[in-house]
Structure formats: structure tokens, C-alpha cells
Design a protein. Structure first.
Lengths: 167, 253
């Protein structure tokens, strides 16, 4: 087993070392840079994805908030509208009731007046008849003369009319 | 006491019958290179087992840190992501260099203590530099760049172009070889010193102890911090850095 010179370039070693360097380059690339590069790439993709998702969900939340606010405002408006409707309706109902009551009162008053009038008329007629009968009796007794029935009646009426006009 | 620094041992010769190149020698350099490659590859495989996206293990964090460091190293020195294709090459160069330099700590001979290794790397880098230049400026632009700023300088430009791989190879090789030589010297000197020191003891005890280099325990660990650890890491870093800078510069011309 010999030794080579201390400072020399052995052609075969030289060639072999060039090959070794490139083999080593391939091995490092294959077993270190490739897997690590892939994992870094994946991690980056994951981080990007998470950021994107966070952004999306925030946008969604904002949208929902807007929606809720809009519907809340709508609800307030609706409530106000219902209240004002109810007030208006109640007012209308009250007005109607008052009017109806007034109407009824007016009717009652009218009917009462009509009744009174009718009663007065009936009383007058009865008094007329009474007076007529009495007058006829008195006159029959005074005159002793039988007047025929129709002349008789006419005379009484004339009398009463004259009495009414005079009074 | 003899002290000798030899080249890499040759374990076997495979006859190839190819003229000029001769037999294929299985040298210590090659064997240790394969061990280094196996270490790097197995480390990569172990580090990238069970990769997860979330809740990662320390192992995975370390692997990711290595990749990020390599990416940042290349990107910050080239100022962009234009040379991302080079990242695995530079990483391989750096890893192989570092592990090769440091493997001497476990008693194996560094493949980088053989000029063939550095020459191979430097030639690959030189070809990359040249092809980048040609790609950037066309073959005409590349040839014309030798006559800049004036035609008289052409020989010097050619010389400086060729000096690039030579200096890269020799710088790395020289540093590692000097580490090998100094480590050898220190071990030899310490063995000598402990032999002399314990030889002062009388009788058989002194004879026995003087044969064991007791002082060689501990002291080389301290000097090794510089000559093996620092120098080893530094040269790997310098080589990778120069590779990136030269290629980035070549693309700008």
C-alpha cells in the first residue's frame, strides 16, 4: 500500500471528486431542499388560506351586521307605524261612537217631541169631542129641538173653531 | 525521532487500461469523501423525517434553519433570487468542505488535504463563472473583456482569469494542509516532550511512562480549536462565498 505525493493532482481522483460534488449536490437537493421547500410552501399556502378565510368571514359578519341593523330599523319603523295606525283607528272609533251617541240622542229627542205633539193632539181631540157632546146635550136640553145629526156636528165644529180662534 | 507528513494512502489500484489516465487508485481521499457524503446525506434524511406544517419538532426547525440560511446566504450575496438554482450547489460545496475539514478530528484524513479535491471544485466553479460570463455578454463580449481597459493588458487579464481557480484551490488546500502539518508537529513534539519529561523518572516506571505521550492528551484539543475548527469552517465559508461572489459578478459584467 503506497502513498501518493503530498501535493499533487491525481487525474482519477480529480474526476471522481467532480462527480462526487455533483452527486452530493443532487443528494442535498433531493433530501433536504426539496422536502423543506415543499413544507415551507405548504405552510405559506396554509397561512394565506387562513388569512383569506378570516377576511371572508369578517366580510360576512359585516354583511350580517348591516342586515341586522337594517332589519332592526325596519322593525322600529314598523312598530311606529302600527302604533300610529292603532291611534288613528282608536280616534276614528271614538269619533264614530260620539257621533252615534249624538245621533241617538237627537232621534230620541225628536221622537219625544213627536209623542208629546201627538199626545197634545189626542188630548185636544178628546176635549173637542167631550165639549161637543156636552154642548150638544146642553143645546138639546135648551132648544128641545132635535137637530139632525150632521147639522148638529157641523155647528159644533164651527163653534169649536171659533172658540179655538178666539182663544 | 522522525517526523513525516505524507500524502493520502492508496488502498488499491483498479486497472482501467485507459491510456494517459492510467489505473484508478482507490485513495484515502476518495474513501473518506464517500464517508463524508454518506454523513451529509444521512443527516439530511434524518433531519427531514416526519415533516409537519404545524407544531414542528426541533429537528425540523433545525433543518428549516439550514435551508433558510443557505437561501439567505446566496440571496444576500447576489442581491436577489436570480441565482436560486445555485443554492443546492453552494450548500453541497459548503457542507462537503466543512465535514471534510472537520473529519480529521475523528482521526481520518481530510479529503481536502488532497489538492485533487480542491482542484476539482475550483474547476467546476471556474466553468460556472465562465459560462455565466458568456451567457451575460455573449462569446464576443467575453473575449473582448480580456482586452479591457487596453489591449496591452490582455496577457495579464488572461493570467488573472486563470489565477482565480488556482488561488481558490490552493488557498483552501494550503490552509487544511498546514493544519495537518501543524497537528502532526504538535503531536510529535508533545510525544517527544513527555518522553523526555517522564524519562527523568528512575527505573522501569520511567521507561514505561516515557513511551506513552501523556502530554498529547489535552493540548492538541486547544490548538485544534484554531487549526481544525476555525480554519476548517473558515475555509469552507470562504470557498462558498467566493463561488457566489465570482458568479454574481460574472453575471453583472
Amino acid at each position: 500500500m503506497g502513498t501518493q505525493d503530498l501535493v499533487t493532482i491525481v487525474p482519477w481522483t480529480f474526476i471522481a471528486q467532480i462527480c462526487n460534488l455533483f452527486i452530493q449536490m443532487y443528494l442535498i437537493k433531493r433530501f433536504l431542499f426539496k422536502p423543506i421547500g415543499e413544507i415551507l410552501e405548504k405552510r405559506k399556502a396554509l397561512a394565506d388560506k387562513e388569512i383569506r378565510e378570516a377576511r371572508e368571514s369578517r366580510a360576512q359578519a359585516d354583511q350580517l351586521k348591516d342586515q341586522y341593523e337594517t332589519s332592526l330599523a325596519d322593525a322600529h319603523q314598523e312598530a311606529a307605524r302600527i302604533i300610529s295606525d292603532a291611534q288613528r283607528e282608536a280616534q276614528a272609533k271614538a269619533d264614530e261612537l260620539v257621533q252615534e251617541a249624538e245621533q241617538t240622542a237627537t232621534n230620541l229627542r225628536k221622537r219625544a217631541a213627536a209623542d208629546i205633539e201627538q199626545e197634545r193632539r189626542r188630548a185636544i181631540n178628546e176635549a173637542k169631542d167631550e165639549i161637543g157632546g156636552l154642548a150638544m146635550d146642553i143645546a138639546g136640553k135648551v132648544v128641545e129641538k132635535e137637530l139632525n145629526e150632521s147639522d148638529h156636528r157641523r155647528l159644533i165644529d164651527d163653534f169649536i173653531t171659533r172658540v179655538g180662534a178666539a182663544s | 525521532m522522525d517526523f513525516e507528513v505524507t500524502g493520502a494512502r492508496i488502498f488499491a489500484r483498479i486497472p482501467t487500461g485507459i491510456p494517459f489516465l492510467g489505473d484508478f487508485p482507490i485513495t484515502e481521499t476518495l474513501v473518506v469523501s464517500w464517508i463524508v457524503m454518506a454523513i451529509i446525506t444521512i443527516t439530511c434524511i434524518v433531519l427531514t423525517r416526519n415533516l409537519r406544517i404545524e407544531n414542528i419538532s426541533k429537528r425540523q426547525a433545525f433543518a428549516e434553519m439550514l435551508v433558510e440560511t443557505a437561501n439567505n446566504f446566496v440571496r444576500s450575496n447576489t442581491g436577489g433570487t436570480r441565482f436560486d438554482k445555485l443554492i443546492p450547489f453552494v450548500a453541497a460545496l459548503f457542507a462537503t468542505s466543512v465535514i471534510s475539514n472537520l473529519i480529521s478530528l475523528i482521526g481520518l484524513r481530510s479529503p481536502t488535504a488532497d489538492l485533487s479535491t480542491e482542484a476539482a471544485w475550483a474547476i467546476v466553479v471556474f466553468i460556472m463563472i465562465t459560462s455565466t460570463k458568456i451567457k451575460a455578454g455573449g462569446i464576443g463580449g467575453y473575449l473582448k473583456s480580456f482586452t479591457q481597459p487596453i489591449a496591452v493588458l490582455t496577457p495579464f487579464n488572461i493570467l488573472s482569469e486563470l489565477a482565480t481557480p488556482v488561488s481558490m484551490a490552493c488557498r483552501h488546500f494550503g490552509n487544511i494542509l498546514s493544519g495537518v502539518v501543524i497537528d502532526g508537529l504538535i503531536y510529535a513534539a508533545l510525544a517527544l516532550a513527555s518522553g523526555a519529561l517522564f524519562g527523568l523518572l528512575p527505573g522501569a516506571v520511567g521507561d514505561f511512562l516515557s513511551k506513552i505521550p501523556i502530554l498529547a492528551v489535552g493540548v492538541p484539543a486547544v490548538t485544534g480549536v484554531y487549526f481544525d475548527w476555525f480554519s476548517g469552517c473558515m475555509q469552507a465559508f470562504i470557498f462558498s462565498m467566493l463561488t457566489i461572489m465570482y458568479i454574481a459578478n460574472a453575471a453583472e459584467e
